[in-house]
Design a protein around this ligand. Sequence first.
Ligand SMILES: Cc1cc2nc3c(=O)[nH]c(=O)nc-3n(C[C@H](O)[C@H](O)[C@H](O)COP(=O)(O)O)c2cc1C
Length: 137
Amino acid sequence: MNIEVRYLSKSGNTAKVAEAIATALNVTAKPISEQVAPDTDILFLGGAVYAFEIDDELKAFIRNLDGVKAVAVFSTTAVVKSAYSHIKPLLEKKGIKVIPTDFHCRGEFKFMRKGRPNSDDLAKARQFALEVTASYN
Ligand SMILES: Cc1cc2nc3c(=O)[nH]c(=O)nc-3n(C[C@H](O)[C@H](O)[C@H](O)COP(=O)(O)O)c2cc1C
């Protein structure tokens, strides 16, 4: 199974989750500036919410995504539930299958959510990665 991990992370929180997921799956986490292989079975795609939105670069990345069979979404946010509700419709608009379980944890922002993601969050992210790949056929 071909697995890729991509993320957009402005302050490093989502990158930590991406690294945890990639480590669990023995692959390399890369920023969205790096192209995804056209025969990817599962793309783990991570982002965050900034001023109630996902970043325009992440939207453009999804618009240009091609040849990916399914996407598993992960995100970090300080306040809102997750970035899943922003990312999922963009993928579906492209006809790309979205794995219904996403991973989300808190991410530090100014005085909020100090130390997040923490080691517990990252352990849960690793678990998420293993569960998604184990249940995907
Ligand atoms: C400019 C800016 C705006 C943000 N706006 C929101 C927001 O509207 N809602 C929210 O829940 N978190 C907000 N956050 C917090 C981020 O979503 C959170 O810190 C996230 O973990 C950042 O991920 P990153 O370190 O991968 O960039 C904001 C952070 C920044 C820097």
